[in-house]
Design a protein around this ligand. Structure first.
Ligand code: ATP
Ligand code: MG
Length: 286
């Protein structure tokens, strides 16, 4: 089957294509975000199934997210990795902007987590390894994601993890100062609004690993102020249920380290015994 971006020559061809809504059959809605709706769609000529994200220009003007969206589009379309949701292209009409996205048939990882309560060590390690590989690729390209949370992680038809939503990511060589993201997943240096760098994503991996295995993020609290305090003190505790291996706890403890320079590196995560023992090398877990 011919696909939208399968071969290099086709890729070049695709980048030249002036897509329009006429190229697509629109199917069922997949979800609704702050600024747009997402539909499953099929490119008529190739029959290739994609997700089409529709954003109203009026919303972009109202919330002045022009630059953010432009950045999200540029970053995401430049990233080509099996664990990063592809952005194949975009087009617009008078009222709307359409993003042609890779279709993640398995939906949100968040849904899976909430349905099951928590994940198995195999699932958790497979997702952490996939995320680590995707982040290694991003960091090599000087991209820091900064908004990795279960809602932004989608699954394809084989259960392979795909990072979506590059709205908050930055492309940078230097330390950054900007407040962004949901508090629960933020590293201490970001909560304090200090300069931060790539190591913020390593912290988030520790948070996610904990949440995958226990079902809730480690510093969850009644109020934002309490979450803030718990993050700053790195008030980490491991409940007795569900039962989690000592190796998993070891990995989490070595990522949730206040001093960002002392956090386990992405390479060391891939070499960690818990990952070696549990992660499925194909990245799939259905
Ligand atoms: P925002 O990006 O504005 O913070 P959001 O991430 O919730 O919000 P969208 O990215 O617009 O919103 O996506 C809305 C929902 O649609 C997602 O949560 C997801 O369930 C679904 N969805 C988005 N993109 C895809 C995709 N490529 N494949 C399958 N489902 C998708
Ligand atoms: Mg999202």
């Amino acid at each position: 089957m011919k696909t939208i971006n399968e071969t290099n020559s086709q890729k070049e061809e695709n980048e030249k294509i002036d897509w329009s809504i006429k190229n697509f059959e629109i199917g069922k809605p997949l979800g609704k975000g702050k600024f747009g709706r997402v539909y499953v769609a099929r490119e008529i000529k190739s029959k290739y199934v994609v997700a089409l994200k529709v954003i109203f220009k009026e919303q972009i003007e109202k919330y002045k997210i022009h630059h953010q969206l432009r950045r999200e589009m540029e970053i995401q379309s430049s990233l080509k990795h099996p664990n990063i949701l592809r952005l194949y292209g975009w087009f617009h009409d008078n009222e709307r902007i359409f993003l042609i996205l890779e279709y993640a048939h398995g939906g949100e990882l968040y849904t899976l987590l909430r349905q099951n309560g928590f994940l198995s060590e195999t699932q958790a390690a497979t997702y952490i390894a996939s995320l680590t590989q995707a982040l290694t690729y991003c960091h090599e390209k000087n991209v820091i994601h900064r908004d990795i949370k279960p809602e932004n992680l989608l699954l394809d038809h084989e259960g392979r993890l795909k990072i979506a939503d590059f709205g908050w990511s930055v492309q940078s060589r230097s330390k950054r100062h900007t407040m962004c993201g949901t508090l629960d997943y933020l590293a201490p240096e970001m909560v304090e609004n200090k300069a931060h760098d790539y190591a913020v994503d390593n912290w988030t991996l520790g948070i996610l690993c904990y949440e995958f295995l226990y079902g809730a993020p480690p510093f969850e609290a009644e109020s934002q102020a309490d979450t803030f305090r718990r993050i700053m003190k790195v008030e980490l505790s491991f409940p007795s249920t569900p039962s989690v291996s000592a190796e998993a706890k070891n990995l989490i403890s070595r990522l949730l380290v206040k001093d960002s320079s002392k956090r386990l590196s992405l390479q060391k995560i891939m070499e960690h015994p818990w990952i070696i023992k549990n992660a499925n090398p194909t990245g799939t877990c259905n």
